[in-house]
Write a new protein. Structure first.
Length: 133
């Protein structure tokens, strides 16, 4: 039984590490949010779906970073699938593992410190909705 618990523990650690690594860069977070806001069977256009509207990056730089860094990393762990032509992304087979973090954050939006909410349109909107209850 100890070997099974150990192996399950290692698997869980790898899973959480993948989730937090995926969410450690803003373009990846913005892409996950865009996919959450879209119907589950539809793709989203890139690079615009990976842009933080409050801090728009250089589109050429973002396109390059998405193509060479962000999208391959997200695809390797199964969170997204993507195509270069047309340049789009969709939910991968393990998308729910990364999406659950945003679902949890949204449900607690009124308790999250302002320093992590103000400037994040999704959490600001959710906080407004919940404080109106």
């Amino acid at each position: 039984m100890t070997g099974v618990r150990f192996e399950n523990g290692k698997r869980v650690i790898r899973g959480w590490n993948a989730v937090f690594k995926a969410l450690s860069a803003d373009p990846r977070r913005q892409l996950v949010i865009s996919l959450l806001d879209s119907p589950s069977d539809e793709s989203v256009p890139l690079p615009e779906s990976a842009v933080n509207p409050n801090v728009p990056p250089n589109p050429d730089d973002l396109r390059r970073e998405l193509f060479h860094r962000h999208l391959p990393m997200l695809a390797d762990v199964g969170f997204v699938e993507w195509e270069p032509e047309p340049f789009v992304a969709s939910r991968g087979p393990r998308f729910d593992e990364v999406a659950v973090v945003f679902d949890a954050l949204q449900s607690e939006a009124t308790d999250i410190p302002d320093s992590l909410v103000l400037g994040c349109q999704r959490l600001e909107r959710e906080r407004e909705l919940r404080s109106g209850d």
